[in-house]
Design a binder for this molecule. Structure first.
Ligand code: SAM
Length: 269
């Protein structure tokens, strides 16, 4: 049998299909997710059901968003799962997660994500954070390191700042390529993202924060004074209590929010 064929399904590279095939790892992931009927449970990319099946053993209902029509057909006729699944065929990047909101429940979202869509998908999900209790995602290990990194670390960048603005990010588990069929070319890891119920540092205008972080990390070795030339004067830095000789990687999330709010308020005076 081809190592790309799993349970009779030919893995499609364009859909980032690397199926989990390691009971020990699957068990650990499901334990971390802690499936619960108190939450609206949502899986992105259920595939052949490696996580879907054990999760459904513990809950009454699971929403799944799957792009591959063949896999959707299999799930629809799955003898055990079909009564518990609410299947949404389509692209998770375009999916309106607000249609899943239930009264007095928040969403717990999980998935072994196709690596090519993982970052845009997280940014898409940040639009719905106030309705999300927690997210558990399998990602490229490198992306997990970036999500969880703090200032003064080589992995700290725009993704760290934006994710940590919305969520607490904690690495959960490393997963080797051998745990998948076919094995991916990169190491993987699980991250847990828990949205803040109240932002520790509220931002007035999220687009400004995005612009500020893009600009700062575009040339991460340059000083803030250089990166924000024409936008912030030495007097502004004094007001902000920020040293203009610092570099992008030395600035905390709190500082980035302060810079974004300062620029936004100055523009709107
Ligand atoms: N959950 C399964 C597992 O762990 O074995 C499959 C994981 S596989 C890495 C990624 C899954 O996401 C595949 O089932 C793939 O078809 C699906 N997928 C790919 N792109 C998608 C998208 N844009 N929206 C929703 N699902 C997608």
């Amino acid at each position: 049998m081809s190592n790309k064929k799993h349970l009779g399904h030919q893995a499609r590279k364009r859909f980032g299909q690397n199926f989990l095939n390691d009971d020990y790892i699957i068990n650990k992931i499901v334990t971390s997710i802690a499936p619960s009927n108190k939450h609206t449970m949502v899986e992105i990319g259920p595939g052949l059901g490696a996580l879907t099946e054990p999760v459904c053993e513990q809950i009454h209902k699971l929403h799944v968003v799957e792009l591959d029509r063949d896999l959707v057909e299999r799930l629809e006729s799955h003898p055990v799962l079909q009564n518990k699944l609410s299947i949404h065929q389509g692209d998770a990047l375009k999916f309106d997660f607000s249609q899943l909101i239930e009264a007095n429940k928040k969403m717990r979202i999980f998935g072994n994500l196709p690596y090519n869509i993982s970052t845009p998908l997280m940014f898409h999900l940040f639009n719905f954070v106030e309705h999300i209790d927690s997210m558990y995602f399998m990602l490229q290990r490198e992306v997990v390191l970036r999500l969880c990194a703090g200032p003064n670390h080589k992995n700290y960048g725009r993704l760290s700042v934006m994710a940590q603005y919305y969520c607490q990010a904690v690495p959960v588990l490393e997963v080797p390529p051998e745990s998948f069929v076919p094995p991916p070319k990169v190491e993987s890891a699980i991250v847990c993202l828990t949205p803040y119920k109240e932002h520790p540092f509220p931002c007035d205008h999220i687009e400004t924060l995005q612009q500020v972080t893009t600009r700062a990390f575009h040339m991460r070795r340059k000083t803030l004074r250089n990166n924000f030339k024409g936008m912030l004067s030495d007097e502004d830095y004094q007001q902000l209590n920020i040293d203009p000789t610092w570099r992008a990687e030395q600035i905390s999330v709190q500082h980035y929010v302060a810079i974004a709010n300062y620029i936004y308020r100055k523009k709107n005076i």
